[in-house]
Design a protein around this ligand. Structure first.
Ligand SMILES: Cc1ncc(COP(=O)(O)O)c(C=O)c1O
Length: 401
């Protein structure tokens, strides 16, 4: 629920008033109002994985829930076996060495760490470099820390990678932190080794900490496995990577994530967490460790499922004449808005005239204007139906007609 904190009788702290408004809360409310009217709404606007957690992971939680050890407080920064499990996965998947005792922090989902890192590093007035368009939770942490955001435009011409050479000297000298996120939400773009090398160089030159958000690390298409920032020489000296089980194993509701890499930053995150929480329920930690060390076929199957959906969606887009580029990773598609509409007016038209929810690009930042984001989080049949409904509005012209 959106609360207007300024109107409340109890006066909140300034940091509450400064929190960015939840753009997408409005979207959810509009869609729900249509559903309440009995409309058959196809929601492609959100990023919540639709598949269940693989059964072997659920069974492990059922079993471990009965262990009385886990009914007590867990150790402050979590169990060693879970830290070892994620280190093992990184070694196997990316050939990255992580010391589980000093280079791994367990998080209540990636989101928590992405907000905490700003609080760990930014003093009021410090600059944080943030991608535009980008995942809005970066803004939340910077706002809570009283930091100042400087946006790095992600444009099609630069393959939705920030142009580090375009960052003003005055800004880079004041910047302390930089967020980046590949495979990218919302554009679906992926990063290459050369880009990450440039990031490490930039970070060293300007003494900037890098926060690599690898939430969609497991979802790459066309046989190309997304690379981890930590594979880059020197990455661990300048930053951390945030990894989450939410998308890799359909465990969004379980809230398991990690900060990995630079030991000083990992220590700061553990310290701030010692003040906020005691770690995750032990049973969840045990099941999460099994997810990471057990059979990984479920991850491959999930990637293949999203790729089939991507193909079904793009075939349907092609049929109606909506031309766009396929994403290289993540489960999002970034589609241009036709002339004469803003991303919001177009999203409203699709909701009210086609019963299809899409996320207006402007909700991810000003450079998101001109695009809408569609998630591959429903069946191929529903994706095709959504695009057929949009086709019937007659906005696009199919040149092959
Ligand atoms: C880009 C990005 N980063 C991080 C997250 C956070 O995921 P979680 O808090 O579930 O680990 C999300 C979730 O949607 C995301 O899209």
């Amino acid at each position: 629920m959106d609360v207007d904190v300024q109107k409340r009788h109890i006066k909140p702290a300034d940091r509450m008033v400064g929190l960015p408004t939840q753009f997408f809360a409005k979207l959810v409310a509009k869609a729900n109002a249509q559903i309440a009217k009995g409309r058959d709404v196809i929601n492609l606007g959100q990023g919540n994985p639709d598949q269940p957690t693989p059964p072997h992971i659920v069974s492990k939680l059922q079993e471990s829930a009965t262990n009385p050890l886990y009914h007590k407080y867990p150790p402050f920064s979590g169990y060693a076996f879970l830290k070892e499990a994620v280190a093992t996965r990184y070694k196997e998947d990316y050939n990255v060495d992580l010391d589980p005792t000093t280079e791994v922090a367990i998080l209540f989902g990636g989101k928590t760490g992405l907000v905490e890192i700003s609080q760990c590093l930014l003093n009021p007035g410090d600059v944080c470099l943030v991608p535009d368009p980008g995942y809005p939770d970066y803004w939340s942490g910077v706002s809570l820390a009283g930091g100042e955001m400087s946006f790095m435009p992600l444009t099609k011409d630069n393959r939705y990678l920030p142009d580090l050479t375009a960052i003003d000297n005055e800004i880079s000298s004041r910047a302390k932190l930089m967020f980046m996120n590949y495979p990218n939400n919302p554009t679906g773009a992926v990063a290459d080794p050369k880009f990450y090398e440039d990031v490490v160089k930039f970070a060293n030159e300007h003494n900037v900490v890098v926060a690599s958000d690898f939430a969609y690390g497991a979802i790459g298409f066309d046989g190309v496995k997304p690379i981890s920032f930590l594979q880059t020489p020197g990455a661990k000296e300048v930053g951390v990577e945030f990894y989450t089980l939410s998308k890799t194993y359909n465990m969004a509701g379980w809230r398991v994530g990690f900060a990995l890499g630079n030991p000083d930053i990992v220590a700061m995150i553990n310290l701030i967490q010692d003040h906020y929480y005691c770690s995750l329920f032990g049973g969840i930690q045990e099941a999460a460790a099994l997810a990471l060390t057990g059979p990984q076929q479920c991850v491959e199957e999930l990637g293949a499922l999203y790729e089939r959906r991507r193909e079904a969606l793009f075939a349907a887009l092609d049929r109606i004449g909506w031309r766009a580029e396929r994403p290289g990773g993540s489960f999002f598609c970034w589609l241009p808005v036709p002339e004469g509409y803003t991303s919001e007016s177009f999203a409203d038209k699709l909701l009210f005239e086609a019963d299809v929810v899409v996320a207006p690009g402007v909700g991810f930042g000003t450079h998101g204007e001109g695009y809408v984001r569609l998630g591959l989080l429903t069946s191929e049949a529903r994706l095709e139906e959504a695009i057929e409904r949009i086709g019937k509005l007659g906005i696009f012209t199919n040149s092959s007609d």
